[in-house]
Design a protein. Structure first.
Lengths: 586, 318
C-alpha cells in the first residue's frame, strides 16, 4: 500500500464517528423541458456523519437519484441546482468551480452506478478502466498503478485479480462487474461513497454477497455511504439513517429502524405496508368468488370471515379437485448455439421439469436469472417449440397443436410480460390494444367490442377516458394494467405472468398483485407466476417450484417452502431477501 | 397516523414532513385532464416549435407550387430565344438576364423546377416502396430469403448510384423524368432496404410482437400491423434526405448530357449549357445552381427536423 492511502485510511479511521461530513440544506433542482421548467427536487435537507450509512428511499421519479448525482455535479441533461447548499467537509459544492469539483469527485467522493452492464466500457480491458480511475485520482503513479489496481480488485472481492485485469467486461458476470465498479468507486479511499441502486440489477444471492462485502469495506475504511434504493428491506438492513422521498420532497427522515418500525408520515406508512416480506401472508381477495364485480377497493377491515372463507375454498380446490388442470411432464428444451462454422453446442435451458397446477390457483416458478423459468413460460404459451416432454392444459397436449387448434388454444392461455414499456405497441391507442384480441378472434361486432373494452378497463380499475391514450403517456403500473386487460379480453382460463410485477415500484406492485388476486377469485383464473422475487411469491402463490439451472430443485405448497425449505439452495434464496425478517411496523 | 404513538416517543432526529406541504396522491392516479398524445402528435409538437421546420416547409411548398404552376411566376416562354439577347444582363421583365443562346434565365429556372422535382419525388417514392417491402420481408422472415435478398442488395450497393445510372442511361434512347427516376431507384433501393431490414429485426424482437403472437394474430398480420409501423421512422428520415440527393443526381446526369433530353427544361441541363460561358458570363450558371441548392437544402433541413421529431433520443439531446 502506498503512503498516501495509508494516511488517508488512518485519517478516516481517526475521525469521530457522526461528525457531519455531508450536509444538504434546502436543495432545489430543476429541469428544463419542452413544456417549461420542472422542479424535480424541492427543499431537501439531509445530514450524513463520518462513517455513517444513510439510505434515500423512494419510488422512481421521487428525486432520489437526482439528489445524489447533484452532490458530485453529474446531473443529467438540463438539470441544475436552483437553490440550496451542499456542504462537504465545510465546503459548499454548489459554489465550487468545475475543476475543484472534478478533483473531489472520485478522490473524496466515490460513486457506484446502478447498472453494472452498461457502466463499464466494453472496448477496454477491466485493468485499463481500474488503472484509469487510479491515475485520474492520483492515488498512485508509474508502476504502482498496476499493483494498486490488483489490490483494489482483490479488496472488492474478485479472486485472481492479476489475471482478470486483462479480461474484458463481457467476460464478467453482472455480480463481478458490480464488484469492479465498487472497486473503482473505493479505489481512492474516498470519504463518501454514493451507491445508486448498486445491486438492483442482480440476483438476490449475489446482491447479498456484494452488499456484505461493501459493508465490511466501508466499515474498515471509515467511509460514509449514501445509498439510493427503492427497497425498504435493504435500507432497514444496511443503513443507520433513512430519508424517505416523495415527489421531490423529503417526507420523513431519521434512524432507519425507528422509521420502518414506526412510520409517521402517511406516505411512509403506505410504503411500509406494501413492502413484501417473509412475514406477510397471501393476499386474499376482497371479493368473494362469484360475487359481482363492484368497487375493487374495499374498505379496510372488510368482511374478514368472507375472505377467510375464500382462502379456505381455494385451499380445498388446491387439495382435492383434479390437480392437473395444467400438467407439465418431463419438459425439456434444448437450444442449439452456433459456434462458428458448422459446429454447434447444445444448451439445456429446461431440463426434465414436471409440475401440476390445479384450476383456479396460482403456482409460482422461482429462480435466479438463467434458471430457465422464462423458457418454461414460453413453452407453456407455445411461443417456443418443446424439445421433449408434454404440456397439457385442460386435457389437450399443447405441443401437438397446429393451425385452428393452436389458434383456439391462444384464446385460453394468455401472457403478461415483465417490461410494461415493451409489451404494448407504442403506435396503438389503449382502446385498440385491448380490442386487438377481440378483432383477431372475430368476437362480436364493432359496438360490442367497444363495450367489452370499457368493461375490461373497469375491471382493471382504469377510467374509461384511457381509451384514447397512448402507452407513452402512461406509468409502468398503468401499462401493466392495460396488458392485464388485453390478456383478459378473450376470457382465458390461464394467465402466464412472466415477472409481471418485477419492474414496478412497491406500491404499484402491491396494487397490481391485489388486482390479480381479485380477478382470480372473480373469474376463476389459473396463474403461472414466474418471478425471481420470493417475497412476492409469499403474497400470491398457493404452490411454489424453485428452479436452478433448468431443473426444479424444490416444489411444495407456499407455506411449506417458506417455513421449512428442504433444499440448501432455497434456504440461501430465502435468507438473501433483504430485510426478510425485519418486523415492519404495519 | 397510529394513535398509539406520540411524537414524544420519537428520537430527536426523526423528522416528519408537514402533511399539508406534502399532499399524498392516490397510488398511480390517472390524470384525466390531459389530452391524449399519440407519438405522431408528439412528433408534430416537436417539429412545429423549430424555426428550421417552418423555413424549409415554406421553401418546399413554394418549390412545389412553382413546379405545378410555373405560368404564375413568369409569362416569358423558356423555349423561345433570340440570339440578339445572348448573355445580355438583367432588364425589365427579364430579372436574371439571358443565356448564351438568348433564353430568359428566370423563365428557365422556373420551368426547370418541374422536371427536377418530379424526378426527385418519383425516385424517392419508388425507392421507399421497393426498399420497405424488400427490407421488411427479408428482416422479418430471415433465413434464406434474407440471405439472398441481402446479397443481391450488396451487389447493387457496391455500384455507385450515379455511375450505375450513367452506364444504363447511356444505352437508353427514350429519356424522360420517369425513366430517369426508375434508373436512379434501381441503384438506390438497397440503402432503404438495409435500414428497413435492421429496423424490422429490432421491432420483431419486442414483447408486443410476442404478446400478439400469443393472442393468435397471424405472422403476416403482425408484420403489417405492428412491425412495419414501428420500424418505418428511420426510413422516412432517410427518404426525406434522399429526395434532395436524387434531385442532385438528376442534375448530374443532365449535366453529363445523358439525363433528361435537351428539349426538357431542367436545372442540370441548364447548368451544363452555361458551363461553356462560365468565365465570361457566370450568372446563367449561377441561378439554376442556386435554385438547385436551395431546393436540396430545404429537403435536407426538413429531413433533419423529421429525424429529430421521430427519434426521441435526438430530441432529448437538444
Amino acid at each position: 500500500m502506498t503512503t498516501t492511502t495509508d494516511t488517508q485510511t488512518q485519517a478516516a479511521n481517526g475521525v469521530v464517528k457522526g461528525a457531519p461530513l455531508l450536509e444538504i440544506k434546502g436543495l432545489n433542482i430543476g429541469f428544463k423541458t419542452q413544456s417549461g421548467y420542472v422542479e424535480a427536487v424541492r427543499g431537501v435537507d439531509l445530514t450524513l456523519g463520518q462513517g455513517e450509512t444513510l439510505a434515500i428511499v423512494g419510488e422512481s421519479g421521487s428525486g432520489k437519484s437526482t439528489t445524489a448525482t447533484s452532490i458530485i455535479d453529474l446531473l443529467p441533461g438540463t438539470g441544475k441546482v436552483t437553490a440550496g447548499e451542499i456542504f462537504f467537509e465545510g465546503r459548499d459544492l454548489v459554489k465550487l468551480p468545475k475543476p475543484e469539483i472534478s478533483d473531489i469527485r472520485g478522490r473524496l467522493i466515490g460513486y457506484v452506478p446502478q447498472d453494472p452492464m452498461s457502466n463499464l466500457n466494453p472496448v477496454w480491458s477491466i485493468g485499463f478502466q481500474v488503472e484509469e480511475a487510479i491515475r485520474a485520482n492520483r492515488v498512485a503513479s508509474g508502476k504502482d498503478v498496476r499493483k494498486r489496481a490488483i489490490q483494489v480488485l482483490e479488496e472488492a472481492g474478485l479472486p485472481d485479480a492479476g489475471t482478470r485485469l486483462k479480461q474484458f467486461p463481457h467476460q464478467f458476470s453482472g455480480g463481478m462487474r458490480q464488484r469492479v465498479l465498487i472497486g473503482i468507486g473505493l479505489s481512492a479511499r474516498p470519504k463518501l461513497l454514493i451507491a445508486d441502486e448498486p445491486t438492483s440489477a442482480l440476483d438476490v444471492t449475489v446482491q447479498r454477497r456484494i452488499l456484505d462485502h461493501l459493508g465490511t469495506l466501508t466499515r474498515d475504511y471509515g467511509t460514509s455511504v449514501l445509498f439510493i434504493t427503492h427497497d425498504l428491506g435493504l435500507a432497514a438492513e444496511r443503513a443507520e439513517k433513512l430519508v424517505v422521498m416523495y415527489k421531490g420532497r423529503v417526507v420523513e427522515s431519521g434512524p432507519s429502524q425507528e422509521i420502518l418500525a414506526n412510520p409517521q408520515h402517511p406516505y411512509t406508512q403506505r410504503l411500509v405496508a406494501a413492502a413484501p416480506s417473509l412475514a406477510s401472508r397471501r393476499i386474499q381477495s376482497q371479493i368473494a368468488p362469484s360475487a359481482v364485480h363492484g368497487d375493487a377497493v374495499a374498505e379496510a377491515g372488510s368482511d374478514d370471515a368472507r375472505r377467510l372463507q375464500a382462502a379456505h375454498e381455494r385451499e380445498q380446490i388446491a387439495k382435492h379437485e383434479a390437480p392437473d388442470f395444467i400438467k407439465v411432464e418431463n419438459l425439456t428444451k434444448v437450444y442449439k448455439i452456433r459456434q462458428g462454422g458448422f459446429k454447434s453446442t447444445e444448451l439445456k435451458a429446461v431440463d426434465d421439469v414436471s409440475f401440476e397446477i390445479p384450476r383456479g390457483t396460482t403456482m409460482a416458478l422461482v429462480g435466479e436469472s438463467g434458471s430457465g423459468k422464462s423458457t418454461v413460460a414460453k413453452l407453456v404459451l407455445q411461443l417456443e417449440s418443446i424439445t421433449s416432454g408434454t404440456v397439457t392444459v385442460g386435457g389437450s397436449s399443447v405441443g401437438a397443436l397446429t393451425g385452428k387448434d393452436l389458434f383456439n388454444f391462444r384464446r385460453r392461455v394468455q401472457p403478461v410480460f415483465q417490461d410494461p414499456y415493451g409489451s404494448l405497441d407504442p403506435v396503438y391507442s389503449v382502446g385498440n390494444t385491448i380490442a386487438e384480441p377481440l378483432i383477431t378472434h372475430g368476437v362480436g361486432d364493432s359496438a360490442s367490442r367497444q363495450a367489452r373494452v370499457r368493461e375490461l378497463l373497469e375491471q382493471v380499475s382504469l377510467p374509461i377516458s384511457m381509451i384514447n391514450r397512448y402507452p407513452n403517456e402512461l406509468s409502468g403500473g398503468q401499462r401493466q394494467r392495460i396488458a392485464v386487460a388485453r390478456a383478459l379480453a378473450l376470457k382465458p382460463d390461464v394467465i402466464v405472468l412472466d415477472e409481471a410485477v418485477s419492474a414496478l415500484d412497491v406500491l404499484v406492485q402491491g396494487q397490481i398483485l391485489n388486482l390479480l388476486t381479485d380477478l382470480q377469485s372473480e373469474l376463476g383464473l389459473t396463474y403461472l407466476f414466474i418471478t425471481h422475487d420470493l417475497a412476492v411469491v409469499r403474497l400470491v402463490a398457493d404452490k411454489v417450484a424453485v428452479m436452478q439451472k433448468g431443473r426444479i430443485v424444490e416444489s411444495a405448497s407456499t407455506d411449506e417452502v417458506f417455513s421449512n425449505p428442504s433444499k440448501e439452495y432455497t434456504r440461501d434464496l430465502l435468507e438473501a431477501i433483504p430485510g426478510a425478517n425485519f418486523a415492519f411496523g404495519k | 397516523m397510529p394513535s398509539s404513538t406520540t411524537p414524544g416517543q420519537l428520537s430527536p432526529d426523526h423528522y416528519v414532513a408537514d402533511l399539508e406541504e406534502t399532499p399524498l396522491k392516490a397510488v398511480d392516479a390517472v390524470d384525466e385532464s390531459e389530452k391524449p398524445r399519440s407519438s405522431a402528435r408528439d412528433a408534430w409538437d416537436s417539429m412545429r416549435t423549430r424555426p428550421l421546420f417552418w423555413i424549409s416547409g415554406v421553401l418546399i411548398v413554394l418549390v412545389i407550387v412553382i413546379a405545378l404552376f410555373p405560368g404564375l411566376f413568369t409569362h416569358v416562354s423558356p423555349q423561345t430565344n433570340s440570339l440578339s439577347n445572348s448573355n445580355a444582363g438583367a432588364r425589365s421583365g427579364h430579372p436574371l438576364g439571358f443565356t448564351f443562346q438568348g433564353y430568359d434565365v428566370f423563365s428557365r429556372v422556373i420551368y426547370g423546377t418541374r422536371a427536377s422535382l418530379l424526378v426527385g419525388i418519383l425516385a424517392t417514392v419508388l425507392v421507399t416502396v421497393v426498399g420497405v417491402v424488400i427490407g421488411s420481408l427479408a428482416g422479418y422472415y430471415g433465413g434464406w430469403l434474407d440471405a439472398v435478398v441481402s446479397r443481391i442488395g450488396d451487389i447493387f450497393f457496391s455500384i455507385p448510384t450515379v455511375l450505375g445510372a450513367i452506364v444504363v442511361m447511356s444505352t437508353i434512347t427514350d429519356r424522360n423524368p420517369l425513366t430517369v427516376a426508375l434508373i436512379l431507384a434501381l441503384f438506390a433501393w438497397p440503402q432503404i432496404a438495409r435500414i428497413m431490414r435492421g429496423s424490422v429485426i429490432s421491432a420483431t424482437a419486442t414483447d408486443y410482437v410476442m404478446a400478439s403472437t400469443a393472442l393468435g394474430v397471424s405472422r403476416f398480420r403482425i408484420l403489417l400491423r405492428h412491425v412495419v409501423p414501428n420500424a418505418i421512422a428511420p426510413v422516412i428520415v432517410v427518404a426525406t434526405v434522399s429526395l434532395g440527393t436524387f434531385i442532385v443526381a438528376e442534375s448530374t446526369l443532365s449535366f453529363l448530357g445523358i439525363g433528361l433530353p435537351g428539349t426538357t427544361v431542367s436545372w442540370g441541363g441548364d447548368i451544363d449549357n452555361a458551363r461553356t460561358t462560365l468565365r465570361t458570363a457566370p450568372l446563367p450558371l449561377f441561378w439554376p445552381a442556386a435554385a438547385l441548392s436551395i431546393t436540396v437544402l430545404s429537403f435536407l433541413m426538413m429531413g433533419d427536423v423529421v429525424r429529430d421529431a421521430l427519434d426521441p433520443k435526438a430530441r432529448a439531446r437538444r
